[in-house]
Design a protein around this ligand. Structure first.
Ligand code: AMP
Length: 307
């Protein structure tokens, strides 16, 4: 089924305990679309960049069968730039710079060929833009999933809540769920966020897995214990890409299938952290993905009987 993604296409500069990169390709839209491309070949990307964004990076997206006609290239403007530094505990990071640049006045256009999309992924970017993309679709997609981050909670909470009220699934990390809900336990946080609109809530816990809440049920997915994790940047977006990519591929939005989709997201996120930025995700093979799916099965299957 067709999938449309909106989110930042960006330059990232990253520092982790294991190394440092200068401006490399990043952005929520980039990570989501690349990850989803392993499940689904009908992917559209809506975003904006400046004319400083290299053609090679756009070609990389095209190489993964991502339609980029929805990416506006703004002459004389600069591309969104994000700089982050991770602590020794890589679940903790500091944002050192967020330069909106061309994102500041982004007026998204939904190309005609993206209309009637079945699945819509609102990746992290301005909440107003996320909402405009929903409003500019002639027909409501079958499923709308959104991601966001503390940056938008801090500066435009009311706008963000309007967007949250329009989606089916929200995927956010633990601290953001606590900030958004004002609750400390994740069960309470999920209840408060559910009351804001989304039927399903995914709370990502970094290297500790993810929880899916919905229909009065909860599902817990592990993260794969990895010997080496170099850079978690984009892991949340890569997770979201695997989640929605799997749902679009299987076209089944039941809670049971969402559990599978959460594992698909976790599988993709586990690859993402193995190298810097998008480096690992762009070189994956189907065999590697299938092998890792089996690793997740081995990690969680048990046959304990009642005592
Ligand atoms: P994650 O590690 O999943 O939270 O995502 C990191 C990615 O999000 C990076 O590639 C950044 O370019 C992008 N990013 C960082 N801050 C923002 C923001 N405020 N809005 C949209 N995208 C962002």
């Amino acid at each position: 089924m067709s999938l449309t993604v909106v989110g930042t296409v960006a330059f990232d500069a990253i520092e982790t305990p294991y190394g440092k990169t200068d401006k490399i390709i990043g952005g929520a839209g980039t990570h989501v679309a690349l990850s989803a491309s392993y499940f689904n070949k009908d992917i559209n990307l809506i975003s904006i960049v400046g004319d400083d964004f290299p053609q090679d990076y756009l070609d990389l997206l095209k190489k993964h069968s991502i339609d980029i006609d929805g990416i506006q290239i703004k002459k004389g403007e600069k591309t969104f730039f994000w700089k982050g530094r991770y602590h020794k505990d890589m679940n903790v990071r500091d944002t050192l710079a967020t330069e909106l640049n061309s994102l500041e006045n982004f007026d998204p256009v939904v190309p005609d060929k993206y209309q009637n999309t079945d699945y819509l992924m609102l990746g992290n970017l301005t909440p107003l833009v996320q909402r405009q993309v929903i409003e500019r679709m002639e027909k409501r997609p079958k499923l709308i999933v959104m991601d966001t981050m503390n940056f938008w909670m801090d500066i435009m909470l009311d706008e963000l809540k309007k967007t949250i009220s329009m989606v089916d699934v929200i995927s956010i990390n633990e601290e953001e769920a606590q900030q958004l809900s004002g609750k400390n336990t994740l069960v309470k946080a999920a209840k408060v966020i559910h009351a804001m609109g989304p039927k399903y809530i995914i709370i990502k816990k970094g290297a500790h897995g993810a929880l899916l809440f919905g229909e009065g049920k909860v599902f817990s997915a592990p993260a794969l214990p990895l010997e080496y994790a170099f850079d978690p940047t984009g892991a949340g977006d890569t997770f979201a890409g695997g989640f929605i990519g799997y749902l679009a591929k299987t076209n089944d939005i039941s809670f049971d299938n969402m559990k599978n989709a959460v594992i698909a997201g976790s599988v993709m996120a586990s690859f993402n952290v193995e190298k810097f930025g998008t480096e690992r995700i762009v070189e994956l093979t189907e065999e590697e993905i299938n092998e890792r799916i089996l690793n997740f099965v081995d990690l969680t299957v048990f046959s304990l009987r009642k005592i």
